[in-house]
Ligand binder design. Structure first.
Ligand code: AHR
Length: 331
């Protein structure tokens, strides 16, 4: 008998729903049209955050708080404290409260898909921001209005392209992955690994999750540095883990930016300062400012305008040459 005791009941229920949906070959609950957004003010909007343990998440939450009154939104906000199961139950409680619109970044691709279908059944429209869900389980434009977010695969590719140039195509790379099962981690890995694969002297010698968190990134890097003293480069799926890795590299008596070259993704203030000092080689931006975009999309949709299934956010790129002039972008 498998031991399920380490999983909470809500997560188990979500996982079973995912398996059932997949087994039925059904991407979505039904072919009913998407729920409409009521044209009223205030509009009760549920925003279910994944966690609040890094500057990126704080900036994202703030962007919703800042836009709320301008957009005529009365916000109901929750924080899942790094638990997909809690995010699922937070969203279920928002559905029970009958919010007018749900907006959230799904922490992981699969466990968060079933609640989208539940919201649709309850006639509550959903906009996903930042991260997406598995499209075999819930479909943008059919089960939810749209996904507003960056091209994570391209972010990984841009990181790889910079690293290949910076190392003349020769490096022993440690990859610090984001949260296991998150679209941001899956796609950033794919974009990077695929680009690296065509360069025989670029070797990914270890790839492990640091859960997008600074201290976890530092600890993972500490262990990997001992196991792989031949490391010459680090690709971190986000800035917090890169900053944790920089601390671990220094603690091991090596110089970040010289002995070990680093590249990461986000554009936080701390990371841009590290690019300026030379400890971090380059940083691909991943904007957290989804509040105004979600407001705009929701208002257009409410008026009956067609919304594409993916509203793509374009991201800047920072290196030594332009970071000084762009420090103000950091958050
Ligand atoms: O989904 C975006 C990622 O999530 C950001 O890169 C990271 O900092 C956050 O936790």
């Amino acid at each position: 008998m498998p031991n399920h005791s380490r999983w909470s009941r809500p997560l188990l229920v979500s996982m079973i729903a995912v398996v059932c949906a997949a087994a039925a070959g059904a991407a979505s609950a039904d072919d009913a049209p998407l729920p409409k957004i009521a044209q009223k003010k205030p509009l009760k909007v549920g925003f279910a955050q994944t966690e609040s343990n890094n500057p990126w998440r704080l900036a994202e939450t703030k962007s919703f708080k800042d836009i709320a009154s301008k957009c005529g939104w009365q916000m109901v906000m929750t924080d899942a404290n790094s638990s997909a199961a809690k995010q699922v139950s937070d969203i279920r409680s928002m559905i029970a409260q009958k919010v007018d619109l749900l907006v959230f970044p799904p922490r992981e691709e699969k466990p968060l898909a079933p609640v989208i279908l539940e919201a649709k059944k309850a006639n509550i429209p959903v906009i996903l921001v930042d991260r997406n869900v598995d499209q075999s389980l819930a479909v943008a434009g059919k089960d939810y209005i749209t996904f507003i977010g960056s091209d994570f695969i391209d972010q990984g590719k841009r990181s790889a392209d910079w690293l290949i140039k910076a190392t003349n195509g020769k490096a022993n790379i440690i990859e610090l992955e984001g949260t296991t099962g998150a679209s941001a981690a899956n796609d950033r890995k794919k974009g990077f690994d695929d680009a690296i694969a065509s360069h025989p002297d670029m070797k990914i010698i270890a790839s492990q999750s640091g859960d997008f968190a600074r201290d976890t990134g530092r600890k993972v890097m500490e262990t990997l540095l001992q196991a792989h003293p031949e490391v010459t480069a680090v690709y971190a799926h986000n800035d917090e883990m890169a900053l944790g890795a920089i601390a671990a590299i220094k603690a091991a008596g090596k110089t970040p930016g010289k002995d070990i070259v680093l590249v990461s993704i986000d554009g936080t203030r701390g990371a841009l300062e590290a690019v300026k000092s030379g400890e971090l080689g380059a940083d691909v931006q991943s904007s957290p400012f989804f509040g105004p975009l979600a407001c705009d999309v929701a208002q257009k949709y409410a008026k009956g305008e067609a919304i594409p299934p993916w509203v793509k956010v374009s991201d800047k790129f920072y290196d030594k040459a332009n970071v000084e002039a762009n420090l103000k972008d950091g958050y």
